[in-house]
Design a protein around this ligand. Structure first.
Ligand code: HEM
Length: 425
C-alpha cells in the first residue's frame, strides 16, 4: 500500500484553497488513503464517477461507528453531541426512509415556491440595510450583512425560530462544525450544550403553542411512525445546520466570484434569469458549499477500481468539491465559466454539489430559489460594488465539511451610488 498523504483540515492555507491538494490525490486514483492530523486514517473519494457510485451504494453506511475506548464523561456537552447526532444523515434504510419521508413532505416544489414572496421581502430588507451601512461606513461585509442573515431568516421561517435568537444559532452552528483544535478550548463543547438546551426549549414551546411553521407540524405529527423527542431534537439541528450554512456559503462564494470576474457579472446583469441560474449552478460546481459529504463507512470490502480497494470498516469521505472539478467530466475545471451550465453549452455532467442517491439534498430547490432571488437583487442594486480586500487573503472556514469565505468586504465602488433600491420610489 502506498504511503498515506497527510491532511490537516485546520491549516488556513488548505481551508482557503484545498484544490491543489485534491488534484494531487485525484491524480493518484479515484480514492486515496490519507492520514489526518489527529493520526487516524481515512479514504478520500475525489473522482466524479466514483463519488456518485459511492453515494448510491448501500455498502457505504452513514451510521457513525460506536466510539471505542473509555466512555466519555457524562457531561451536558457529550449528551448533546450524542443526541444531536441521531439525525437522518447519520442513518441508513429503513430508519432513514421513515425519517426522510416525514420531513421532505415539507419541501415539495409547491411549498418551497410559495416562500418566494417572503424571501423577496427578506432580501429587499437586507439590501436596504446594506445600502445604509455602505452609506454610513463606506464599507460593509457581505457575509455579515447579506449572505448569513438571508438563509438564517429563511430557515428561521421554516423552523419557527424567533428572530432575536438567530445570531446565537449562527455562532453555535459555526463552532460545532469546526475542528476542536481550531477554536479556543471548550468553545465547541459549549456550543453543543447551548444547541441542545435551545432546541429542547423550542420543542417544549411548540408543544405548548404550535405555530404555522414546518417544525410545529413535525412536533405535532401524531401519525404512526411520527418523531419522538430525541428525533425531533436531532431534526431541528439538522435542518438548521444543513439549511443555512451551506446556503450562506453559496451566496458568499457566488458574490465573491462575480466581484472577481467582472465579465461574468456583466453577462449575468445583461442575461436575465437563465444566466443567473447558470451563475448559481457554476458556483455550486466551482465553489461547492458542502466540501465533503458526511462520513461513510464500508460494511464490506469494496473495489472502486483504479487500484482503490477499500477494506471493510474504512472511513470514507466523498469530496464533492473535488468531484466537481474532475477534469474527466468538467473541461478546464478550475475556471469559473457559467456559460458551460447553459443548455446548448458544454453541459458535460450535472454537478454533485447537492449529493446523490438516497441522501440527495431535500433543500436543493429552496437553496436555488434563495440564490436566484438574492444575487440579481444585490448586483442590480449596487452596480459598482467592489471587493475591498485581496481575494487571496480572505479567511475561509477550517474543516472538511462546509466551505466558503468568512468575510467578503465591499465598497460601493469608484462611482459609488445605488440604483433602484427595492421598495423605494
Ligand atoms: C447551497 C445549499 C445547500 C447545499 C450545497 C446542500 C448540500 C447537501 C448535500 C451534499 C447533502 C447530502 C450529504 C450527504 O450525502 O452526506 C445534503 C443533505 C441534506 N440537506 Fe442540503 N444543501 C443545501 C441547502 C439545504 C437547505 C436549504 C436545506 C433545508 C432547509 C437542506 C437540508 C438538507 C437535509 C435535511 C439533508 C439530509 C438528507 C438526508 O439525509 O436524506 N439543505 N445537502
Amino acid at each position: 500500500m502506498r504511503v498515506a498523504e497527510l491532511l490537516n483540515p485546520a491549516d488556513p492555507a488548505f481551508a482557503r484553497d484545498p484544490h491543489p491538494y485534491y488534484a494531487r490525490l485525484r491524480a493518484r486514483g479515484p480514492a486515496a488513503r490519507v492520514e489526518l492530523a489527529n493520526g487516524t486514517h481515512a479514504w478520500l473519494v475525489t473522482g466524479y464517477r466514483e463519488a456518485r457510485a459511492v453515494l448510491a451504494d448501500p455498502r457505504f453506511s452513514n451510521v457513525p461507528p460506536r466510539r471505542a475506548g473509555r466512555p466519555k464523561p457524562d457531561s451536558p456537552a457529550e449528551r448533546a453531541r450524542a443526541c444531536l447526532a441521531r439525525h437522518m444523515l447519520n442513518s441508513d434504510a429503513p430508519d432513514h426512509t421513515r425519517l426522510r419521508r416525514l420531513t421532505t413532505a415539507a419541501f415539495t416544489p409547491r411549498r418551497v415556491d410559495a416562500l418566494r414572496p417572503r424571501i423577496e421581502r427578506l432580501a429587499a430588507g437586507l439590501v436596504a440595510g446594506l445600502a445604509a451601512e455602505l452609506e454610513r461606513h463606506g464599507t460593509a461585509d457581505l457575509v455579515d450583512a447579506f449572505a448569513f442573515p438571508l438563509p438564517v431568516l429563511v430557515i428561521g421561517e421554516v423552523l419557527g425560530v424567533p428572530e432575536a435568537d438567530r445570531a446565537d444559532l449562527r455562532e453555535w452552528t459555526y463552532r460545532v462544525g469546526s475542528p476542536a483544535d481550531a477554536l479556543a478550548p471548550g468553545a465547541v463543547d459549549e456550543a453543543w450544550s447551548a444547541l441542545h438546551a435551545y432546541f429542547t426549549a423550542l420543542i417544549a414551546e411548540k408543544r405548548r403553542a404550535p405555530g404555522g411553521d414546518l417544525f410545529s407540524a413535525l412536533v405535532h405529527d401524531t401519525d404512526e411512525g411520527g418523531l419522538d423527542d430525541a428525533e425531533l431534537l436531532a431534526m431541528a439541528f439538522l435542518l438548521l445546520f444543513a439549511g443555512y450554512e451551506t446556503t450562506m456559503n453559496l451566496l458568499a462564494s457566488a458574490a465573491l466570484l462575480l466581484l472577481t470576474h467582472p465579465g461574468e457579472r456583466a453577462a449575468a446583469l445583461r442575461g436575465g434569469p437563465r444566466r443567473w441560474a447558470a451563475v448559481v449552478e457554476e458556483t455550486l460546481r466551482h465553489a461547492s458549499p458542502l466540501e465533503g459529504t458526511t462520513w461513510r463507512r464500508t460494511t464490506e470490502p469494496v473495489d472502486l477500481g483504479g487500484g482503490a480497494v477499500l477494506p471493510a470498516g474504512a472511513s470514507v469521505l466523498v469530496v464533492l468539491a473535488a468531484a466537481n472539478r474532475d477534469p474527466r467530466h468538467f473541461p478546464d475545471p478550475d475556471a469559473f465559466r457559467p456559460g458551460r451550465q447553459l443548455l446548448g453549452g458544454e453541459r458535460p455532467a450535472p454537478h454533485a454539489a447537492f449529493g446523490h442517491g438516497p441522501h440527495f439534498c431535500p433543500g436543493a430547490r429552496l437553496a436555488r430559489l434563495e440564490a436566484a432571488i438574492a444575487l440579481p437583487l444585490l448586483f442590480e442594486t449596487f452596480p459598482h460594488l467592489t471587493l475591498a480586500a485581496d481575494p487571496d487573503e480572505l479567511p475561509y472556514r477550517p474543516g472538511l465539511l462546509v466551505r466558503g469565505p468568512r468575510r467578503v468586504p465591499v465598497t460601493p465602488g469608484p462611482r459609488g451610488g445605488v440604483t433602484g433600491l427595492p421598495g423605494r420610489p
